[in-house]
Design a protein around this ligand. Structure first.
Ligand SMILES: Cc1ncc(C[n+]2csc(CCOP(=O)(O)OP(=O)(O)O)c2C)c(N)n1
Ligand code: SF4
Length: 352
């Protein structure tokens, strides 16, 4: 089938609008309202408020039971599989740090040879994806394997002690880009990985955030229906590395989207096909001041702090302009209209 016809069929099947949320009722307690299949169980050893754990749970819920996972070394692999235990309910392989895309390619070829339709997922952190596994990922995309690759982007090498990666935002402090007299945190820019992935002209590539689970799950379902390589990068706050309270994970993730620093976009065959509009664009300082990794940027008396804040604001403004993110009124699927999560309940309103 032609690619365009296939895309049209998938759009019709999965819809571009998010599905109606399932409201818990007196008869259906929140626990009963949980999705029936949970590919990643609770009881693992992630830190409290770990965005990566939440992201992986949401991805697995929407991917469904007939999947296999190749998981690069990193926090997700470590906190879900302390031998002899495992939090996974699907076939799962721990790959090297650098080769989850290559291992997943082999798994997919094996499934094909056996005549099975089991979808293969590959998971990696930003270190494993933006940096060390990038070559294997590019090969997987170019060879057109039927794999959904998910990058859990917590913007540093968290599992080994918060070292900077090419995904770490400009001016963030990490153990290998410490803020001090010499420099104001990381000198370089966050790599625009999504554009590089999209340049492979794969059927579907998107960004998502744990602050918008309904949007994230729609993107996973859409990617699951495509027979070819697809890619999702999920912004996943790490309370330990970003130095924010564990209860603030969702709020921090939401503000990253609302200020424009982490745009939520979808690309098909290299072209932008959808964005999440921002109803109320916030200044980047609303996002920065919640996190200890940017504390040096919000202290008074250092002229370099203002300069770096301006720089980050310019990067956010650039995203807003390039993708046309500023909303033009009330939109049911913009950053304020779409169902989100709040502290104290899965379907609660926006926390203030
Ligand atoms: C070739 C290689 N180099 C270094 C390591 C050590 N190492 C294990 S996990 C990790 C960091 C993983 O970072 P990331 O991919 O961002 O995932 P996160 O832990 O942040 O989820 C590193 C450096 C390794 N396992 N293999
Ligand atoms: S260090 Fe960060 S990414 Fe790793 S388990 Fe803890 S919160 Fe999650």
């Amino acid at each position: 089938m032609q690619d365009q016809a296939r895309l049209a069929e998938l759009r019709q099947k999965f819809g571009r609008e998010p599905a109606a949320p399932s409201e818990p009722t007196a008869e259906r307690t929140p626990r009963e309202a949980q999705p029936r299949f949970r590919g990643l169980e609770s009881g693992h050893r992630a830190c409290q408020g770990c965005g990566e754990a939440l992201a992986a749970r949401l991805v697995m819920e929407s991917a469904g039971p007939d999947v296999m996972v190749a998981n690069a070394t990193g926090c997700l692999e470590v906190f879900t599989t302390p031998w002899p235990q495992s939090a996974w309910r699907v076939p799962w392989i721990h790959s090297l740090f650098e080769n989850s895309a290559a291992v997943a390619s082999g798994m997919e070829a094996a499934m094909k040879a056996k005549g099975q339709n089991t979808k293969v997922l590959a998971f990696g952190g930003d270190g494993g994806t933006y940096d060390i596994g990038f070559q294997a990922l590019s090969g997987m995309l170019e060879r057109y394997h039927n794999i959904l690759y998910v990058c859990y982007d917590n913007e540093a090498y968290m599992n080994t002690g918060i070292q900077r990666s090419s995904s770490t935002p400009h001016a963030a402090t990490t153990t290998t880009s410490p803020a001090g007299k010499e420099r104001m945190g990381k000198r370089h820019l966050k790599k625009d990985l999504l554009s590089i992935i999209a340049a492979h002209h794969i059927p579907y590539a998107a960004s998502a955030s744990v602050a918008y689970p309904q949007d994230l799950q729609r993107k996973v379902r859409y990617a699951m229906g495509i027979d070819g390589p697809t890619f999702l990068v999920v912004h996943s706050p790490c309370p330990l590395g970003w130095r924010h309270a564990s209860a603030l994970t969702i709020e921090v993730a939401r503000k990253a989207v609302e200020c424009g620093l982490f745009p939520l976009v979808e690309l098909e065959r290299g072209a932008v096909t959808n964005i999440m509009p921002i109803r109320q664009v916030r200044p980047v300082t609303d996002y920065l001041k919640l996190q200890g990794r940017f504390a040096h940027l919000t202290r008074d008396g250092d002229p370099r702090a203002q300069e770096e804040r301006d720089h980050l604001q310019a990067l956010a403004d650039y995203n807003i302009n390039v993708f046309g993110l500023a909303g033009d009124g009330d939109d049911p699927v913009d950053t304020s209209g779409i169902t989100t999560v709040g502290r104290g309940g899965p379907l609660a309103g926006r926390p203030q």
